[in-house]
Design a protein around this ligand. Structure first.
Ligand code: SF4
Length: 391
């Protein structure tokens, strides 16, 4: 057993009794009982040490509460990932990339998890059904980017991870391998020198880490991120906007700064999904826009991730931006900057009447991706127009 497996097994807390031992009378055991009877919990030493007091942002992310039993308008599979799953463990929603669920478990369990319907249950993310997934990926030559997720892929042994990397690298059209993992915050010990040596054989490998609060960037987590960077793994961070945890521009600004200092590029801030049992974590979209407005212009652009909603029902990620443009016409664009000051940008004179923007969707459930002959035809028409206008 490696060190990280031993830490996970022997030093994590998974029961209410252990939690009581640790926090004593600061917790109300009777009030927590129904939650512990219904939900799985595990806290690694790192996650536990990040909790400064009962009820703080770290506590809220991991300790179950009875509010999880309240299902208001959340749904079990809020993103309809199962609806876009052609074979077990694969979700293929976007044109050139696929999600590959490779692990059913995580080091610690987050209360707001979108995949809580599956995570923690090895039967729902079966490890013995990789073959049909590889076959699907081999046959679909349009897939150039595979996102390994779960659960947390970094809970697998190096041997199994290497097997997955080898299989994926044997498929010529797969250019990018991504790992979605919260391990650098939950169990930084997992980023071992052996893993760092092994992973270098399979580049380009990207890891989307997951941090929601600046307190999660402990010295151990930062050291693990450093090891990954030195091994050439490109790091981006996905953050979930959570009520009572990080729904505050100052907290988000600090988080983004700490990530950049650890050489992690902030990638997404997600609206919390409408997942059953996660209602109490949701805040308004306006709050997310307010946070983006407090970042954009006020700090380096590198510290400003995209703010997105993952469309309920499986429509994919949609970026949301505060309103900067006030007016746009053939002559000019009027907009406001980050301080609210108004500016005008003159449109170029020689351009004929602006082409209408491509229809977002003729039908609400159709995404206009131009392919093959139609794409070529539309390209030729555009070129002809440009020639006629002397461009
Ligand atoms: S680490 Fe990710 S997959 Fe695991 S419980 Fe947390 S949010 Fe869910």
């Amino acid at each position: 057993m490696s060190d990280w497996q031993r830490i996970l097994k022997d030093e994590s807390i998974a029961t209410l009794d252990k939690l009581h031992e640790k926090f004593g009378d600061a917790i109300d055991v009777e009030a927590l009982k129904p939650a512990f009877e219904n939900f799985q919990m595990r806290l690694t030493p790192s996650a536990l040490n990040a909790i400064k007091e009962v009820g703080d942002p770290m506590w809220q992310q991991y300790i179950p509460t009875v509010e999880e039993l309240d299902v208001v308008d959340g749904v079990i599979d809020s993103l309809d990932e199962d609806g876009d799953s052609p074979v077990p463990n694969i979700t293929h929603r976007y044109p050139d990339r696929a999600l590959f669920l490779v692990s059913p478990v995580c080091a610690s369990y987050c209360r707001f998890c979108t995949r809580r319907r599956k995570v923690g249950d090895p039967e729902k993310i079966p490890l013995n059904q990789y073959d049909s997934a590889f076959e699907y990926l081999r046959q679909h030559t349009e897939i150039r980017d595979v996102i390994m997720s779960g659960g947390d892929p970094m809970m697998l042994s190096d041997r199994r991870l290497e097997y997955l990397f080898q299989q994926l690298r044997a498929i010529p059209h797969i250019e990018i391998i991504r790992i979605g993992s919260r391990i650098t915050s939950h169990l930084p010990e997992r980023i071992t020198p052996e893993f760092c040596e092994m992973v270098q054989k399979y580049h380009p490998i990207f890891m989307n880490v997951h941090f929601n609060h600046p307190d999660e960037l402990t010295p151990a987590a930062v050291a693990a991120l450093d090891r990954l960077s030195r091994a050439g793994v490109s790091l981006g961070c996905q953050t979930v906007l959570l009520k009572g945890v990080n729904d505050d521009p100052k907290v988000m600004m600090k988080l983004m700064h700490e990530l950049l200092k650890a050489r992690v590029r902030p990638y997404y801030i997600f609206m919390a999904d409408q997942v059953a049992g996660g209602e109490h974590f949701r805040t308004t979209v306006q709050k997310g826009l307010e946070i983006i407005q407090a970042l954009r212009g006020w700090t380096s652009g590198m510290a400003v991730p995209q703010f997105v909603i993952d469309s309920p029902g499986g429509g994919g990620k949609v970026p949301l931006l505060p309103e900067y443009v006030e007016e746009i016409n053939e002559d000019e664009v009027v907009f406001r900057n980050y301080e609210g000051k108004r500016f005008t940008y003159k449109q170029p004179k020689r351009v004929p009447a602006a082409e209408p923007l491509p229809a977002v969707a003729a039908e609400s459930d159709v995404v206009p991706i131009l392919r093959g002959k139609r794409a070529k035809k539309e390209g030729a028409v555009r070129q002809k127009r440009r020639k006629a206008s002397g461009e």
